[in-house]
Design a protein around this ligand. Sequence first.
Ligand code: AMP
Ligand code: MG
Length: 410
Amino acid sequence: MPAAPSEIVLSYADAAECVRRHMEDLRSVEHAVEQAPLLAAAGRVLAQPIVADRDQPPFPRSTRDGFACRAAELSTGRLRVAGLLRAGEPWTGGPLAAGEAVEIMTGAAVPAGADCVAMIERVEASDGFVRLAAPRALAPGENIVEAGSEAHAGDVLAPAGCRMTAPQIAAAAACGYATMAVFARPRVAILATGDELVDVTRTPLPHQIRNSNSYSLATQTLAAGGAPRILPVVRDDPAATEEALAAASGMDLILLTGGVSMGKFDFVEQALLRRGAEFFFTGARIQPGKPVVFGRLPEAYFFGLPGNPVSTMVTFALFVAPLLRALGGETEAAPRFATARLEEEVRVKAGLTRFLPARMESDANGARVRPVPWHGSGDLAAAAQANGFLVVPETAERMAAGETVPVLLL
Ligand code: AMP
Ligand code: MG
């Protein structure tokens, strides 16, 4: 039997840096690409840039309902209304003649010759003439967005590697992309280990528990752009663990939970070693999540995540989500943190970077966070109340109420 890998226990910062270096390597890897219709591209990672097919706006756009005219003329006098122009209608009257205005609606193309749009609220119009309701100097350019001022034809509006949310979808629609190239979702094998585990559909005996990690991991995998495949629960047995790893080969990322501690029946690291794994780290000075393992099999990266459900979630958010996003071709793949005002004092023992289940609430004035009372890394009930994890640095023993603190987002 190969020897267990020598322990490589890193600080949080070093473990994060190790994952980041592998993410960097993934930038030069060619990712599989598929074509997606516009709506199906929401949430996917662009494999091609979205390029403006024409100037934006394509014509000088009126941003108000009002009167298109020459600013200098309406500032000093009364103008004849030469016609009415709606959005979507071309102006056929030719360039504006001296002393003329055109009544115009928001979104319509401003006729040649006009250099401003006077808002409807600021003018008096009657008997085919318009004038300012109160004297003031109109500025040229008022209420007009010039053609090409937002983007020029050929400009990149969204680069390859960006995840498509509403603004990028809107840009793609505006530029005529009915379909676009997106990166294929990385396939993620999810292997829960543990003799005590039964599936959600079964009634556990008194000494058994339901497998929850496979489902939280699948949920986090989906959120990070991966395609999860939950494989059958693996018994705490070396041969079964190796067979399960063999069944997961061909996937882009392998996630195991449980079996990575020092217990007599923790076989995961040995099985990985026998299948040719290289280990980058076998632990991190964090809580929860200390026994987290990261490495690479000949065919794919893997993580051995601790079995305790809160540890599983935290280590996914810290290490797996970034690597998975990078595997999926996403450029902004780093773990996600926010800052918030701490609502109550936190005391811990120094020496580990802590990620305490916490509830963050935010409004227009900013975010507030308070830790959720918990009983350690197995406390699913506490995690179920949390929407993030309060970050306590390795050296801190206390964080005071009122401090601005980082929060790891799920
Ligand atoms: P382990 O890392 O295998 O020593 O497991 C640590 C703790 O997490 C034990 O209490 C396990 O019962 C629990 N655990 C392990 N795997 C799972 C799972 N898939 N779902 C829920 N709890 C689990
Ligand atoms: Mg176990």
